[in-house]
Design a protein around this ligand. Structure first.
Ligand code: AVJ
Length: 353
């Protein structure tokens, strides 16, 4: 058995492990008061919303695994195919400029990443893998598994919010000494941001990068609307459960009294903009009480809670994003159906005056 200790992004001196329970409690209470604040502002808004980052409690992680395994959710399979078919090519491209640190923002279960790690190993690339994830549970599982079956892998798992990671520490200072960096942001995770926030986020990433650093980003492309609608409304009901689970989380962690049978999963896809949005619709007029907020929230019949956006990009949009955030596209890879793309972006070189 291989046990890897996670580094905490917030305070890098504290190691999170099951033997450090009191610190774990601090983090949980700290996180849940932030959770309470975000639920208050979301459900208190005229157009109600919840933040998709809160989907991923233990049950949410589990349900997301089920979504990825569902036949309708093509994203994971496409990116898997890209890495399977073109992994060595990608590995060559990102390792051409010498040894590097491979920072993965939101590593999840690392199923696809393993293909790339193996491709890198097969060409003798010199790198340290640094998975960063908000779920300590997923990160620990991933790290232990990788450590057990890939003993050659140099690894530095970091527990935390990658947004926080990017705006803090040495990730922020591109002048600082340190290894070359390749940042991975896969699975079309960027799609959870609206256009302006996506650009801001990419600029933030760009601000941490130096000349020879690279960003490997996975983006889901626009395609037949039926394919996209099915991916966010799978017949097995995992996506529905995934959305409803956030209400369960509010009930459990904040003392809410949501009755899940009174809400309906209602995803929408707009082919004109490429926005796939998930909502929970209140089936009736109702009032929900949340003890931690000591507050009632009223719902009209048919009123929606906006849960998540999963942006689907046109080729024009991916180009506008890279340009707008100050990157130049070095390589683009596609799956055989052209459903998905993984791209290598480099910081744009400022022309010398
Ligand atoms: C993990 C954000 C890429 O938006 O496709 C899957 C999350 N939500 N089904 C996505 C998700 C509903 C997923 N990302």
């Amino acid at each position: 058995m291989c046990v890897v200790y996670l580094i905490n992004a917030v305070s890098s001196h504290v190691v999170i492990s099951s033997s450090n329970i009191s610190h774990m409690d601090d983090i949980v209470s700290q996180a849940s008061s932030e959770f309470a604040q975000d639920v208050l502002s979301g459900l208190g808004a005229k157009d109600k919303f919840l933040l998709s980052r809160y989907f991923y409690d233990a049950e949410g992680d589990h349900l997301f695994q089920a979504i990825m395994a569902s036949p309708e959710y093509y994203l994971t399979d496409c990116e898997f195919e890209i890495f399977e078919q073109q992994g060595v090519e990608i590995a060559r491209a990102i390792s051409a400029d010498g040894p590097f640190e491979l920072d993965e923002l939101g590593s999840g279960d690392g199923h696809k990443t393993r293909l790339l790690l193996d491709a890198l190993h097969s060409i003798g690339a010199e790198f340290t893998y640094r998975p960063i994830d908000i779920s300590a549970n997923s990160l620990q599982l991933l790290s232990n598994r990788l450590c057990a079956d890939r003993p050659w892998l140099k690894m530095d798992p970091i527990h935390g919010d990658y947004m926080q990671m990017l705006s803090s520490s040495r990730l922020k200072d591109p002048e600082s000494e340190g290894p070359r960096k390749v940042i991975m942001f896969l699975g079309s995770n960027l799609g959870n941001y609206r256009e302006v926030q996506a650009l801001d986020f990419l600029k933030l990433i760009g601000a941490t990068m130096r000349k020879n650093d690279a960003l490997l980003i996975g983006l889901d492309l626009q395609k037949d609307a039926g394919v996209i609608r099915a991916a966010y409304n799978d017949a097995g009901g995992h996506t529905r459960d995934f959305n409803l689970n956030l209400l369960t989380r509010i009930n459990r962690e904040l003392g809410g009294d949501f009755d899940l049978t009174r809400f309906e999963h209602a995803p929408e896809y707009d082919p004109a903009t490429g926005a796939a949005c998930s909502f929970l619709t209140s089936k009736q007029t109702q009032t929900v009480y949340i003890a931690a907020l000591n507050k009632d929230f009223h719902f009209a019949a048919g009123e929606k809670i906006f849960m998540e956006i999963s942006q689907k990009y046109s080729r024009g949009q991916t180009e506008a994003l890279s340009k707008g955030a100050g990157f130049q596209v070095k390589q683009e890879y596609f799956d055989s159906r052209n459903y998905f793309t993984d791209q290598i972006w480099m910081p744009k070189q400022e022309p010398h005056p």
